[in-house]
Design a protein around this ligand. Sequence first.
Ligand code: ADP
Length: 305
Amino acid sequence: MDIAVAVPALPGPGATVLGGAAVFAPGGKGANQAVAAARLGGAAGMTIAMLGCVGDDEFGAALRQALRAEGVDDTGVRVAAGVPTGIAMITVDQAGENMITVAPGANRETGAAELDRLAQEPRLPGAPSVLVISAEVPTAVIRAALNQEGRLTVLNLAPAPPAPGAAALLAAHPDWLVVNESEAAAILGRPVSGLTEAATAAADLVQAGARNAVVTAGAAGSAYRATTIEQNQSGGTVAAFPVTAVDTVGAGDTFVGALAVALAAGIGPADAVTAAAAAAATAVTREGTQTGMPRPADVHAATGY
Ligand code: ADP
C-alpha cells in the first residue's frame, strides 16, 4: 500500500514537516505490473494472475480487492499470518522530488507456497506463458522461480539487489531483464546515464547472463540487446514517445507489464520494446500509478501506436 504525503519541502534528518492529507493507493511493483498487463492484455483474452503475500489486515484486503477490480486473478495472493502488509511511505515535495521508505512486511513471506503454486500454473500449448518477477520478494525465491522451466521469464531487478545477488540472478538466465539507469548502474558498478550508456549496459547485462536486456532511461527512451535462437545478437535504442509528462511514477512498471503482454502475444524484441515504450509514455500523461495505467485505446490516443 502506498501512503503518500505532499510537503512544501522534504524534511532533513531529525526534522518534522507538516504536509497535506495522506493519500492511500494500491502499489507494489508486482501488483502495478499485473494491473498494467491486465489493462493491456485483458481485452486480448490473456489471463493475468498475481502470486505473493499480503498481511491479515485492511491494507491486504484492499490490495486484493484492487487486483480483482482490474481483472487480475488474486487467488495466488496468500494472507500471511502475523505480519503486516507491505507499505511504501512516500513524501513528495512541490518540485516532484520524493523520498520513499518501503517496509516489505508480508512480501518477505513469499516463498515455498508461491513456488508450488507457480509450478501448478497451467502452461498453455502454443501460447507463451510469461512469468514477471520484480525484486520486492526474497532473492532465493526469484532464483527458484526463474529456474522453473517452460515459461518466458521477465525479471525486473527493481530495487536492484546488492551486486553478488544480482550476478546470481543473471546467471539463472532470465529471458528478459528490465532495469532503469540507476538499477543498471548498481548491478554493473558504474554510472549509466543516457541512451548510449544504456545501450552499452544492456549489452553487458546480456554478457552477464540475461538472454535479452532492456535498460530504460526515462524521458530519453530505452535501449535493448536481444539474443536470437541462433545466438545472434541484435539491439537498438527506442526514443521515448513525445508526450507531456504529468506523473512519471509507474512508468517503469507500465513498461514491464506492457513488455510482458507483447511477449505473450509473440511479438519480437524490437516491436515489443516499442510497444512497452508507447504504453509507458501514455502512463506518464496520466495521474496516479495504477489508476494512470493505460488500455490499448489510451495508448493509441496518446502516442498513435
Ligand atoms: P522507472 O520508472 O523504473 O524509473 P524510467 O523512468 O526509465 O523507469 O521510464 C521507463 C520508460 O518509460 C522509459 O524507457 C520511457 O520509454 C518511458 N518514459 C518515462 N518517462 C517518460 C517521459 N517523460 N516521456 C515519455 N516516455 C517516458
